[in-house]
Structure formats: C-alpha cells, structure tokens
Design a protein around this ligand. Structure first.
Ligand code: AMP
Length: 110
C-alpha cells in the first residue's frame, strides 16, 4: 500500500486522531496552517473529489460541521478546503477535506 492516508487508516503510520466512524477518519494536520487544522478523509480510497460519490462528499462535510462545533469554531467561522489536482495544490492523492479555523482567513487564497 503506497497511499499515505490509506496507511494512516490502517494504523501503519501514527496520526493525531480526533474522530473516527465506520466511514470517516479525522486527524490533525502534521503541518498546521491555522490554530485548528484537521484533515477529514474517507476510509475508502478515492484519488480526489472527482472520483467520489455524493454520499462520501456529504459524510466529509457533515463531519467537518460536527468538528467545527466540537473544536469551538462554529460561532466565529472556519474554512473547509478540498484541494484537487496539481494546480489545485493537492499533494496527497487520497481525497481529504481540510478544516481550518482559529484565526481570520484571507481571500483570495494563494
Ligand atoms: P493537500 O496539500 O491538500 O494534498 O494536503 C495534504 C495535507 O496532508 C498537508 O496539509 C500535509 O501537511 C498533510 N500531511 C502530510 N502527511 C501527514 C501526516 N503524516 N499526518 C498528518 N498530516 C499530514
């Protein structure tokens, strides 16, 4: 298995887990870009959002919303990001949603 996030799901690589259920794993980003920076991934491998069915994307979004509440981000606001493909800045080719919060976000993103 050469997918980094599949190896995290399998427990071969440690992660700072914040949530897990039958379908989804969420863990803290190793290189946080905000005070709270969590990655939410499906346990089934999809290279990107382009390959994933709507229910999978919905589960990631619903998990991000729950974590925004439990991490204390919901009131002030937060950002969810799904980098896709090379020009989208996707470095890990396993679908993942970034949940970022705890500071004011800039727009446009770089
Ligand atoms: P992206 O650039 O959108 O593909 O996001 C990949 C994210 O994975 C980056 O924010 C990395 O910091 C993060 N990352 C890479 N390796 C690990 C790891 N072992 N544990 C947690 N986060 C990681």
């Amino acid at each position: 298995m050469n997918c980094l996030f599949c190896r995290i799901i399998a427990g071969e690589i440690p992660s700072s887990k914040v949530y897990e259920d039958e379908y989804v794993l969420a863990f803290r980003d190793i290189d946080p870009q905000a005070p709270t920076h969590i990655l939410i991934i499906p346990k089934t491998h999809y290279d990107s959002v382009m390959d994933a069915p709507p229910e999978v994307v919905g589960r990631l979004t619903e998990t991000a919303k729950k974590l925004a509440v439990s991490e204390g981000l919901a009131e002030k606001g937060f950002r969810i990001v799904v980098n896709t493909g090379d020009e989208g800045g996707q470095s890990v080719k396993h679908l993942h949603m970034h949940l970022l919060g705890g500071r004011s976000m800039q727009w446009p993103p770089g």
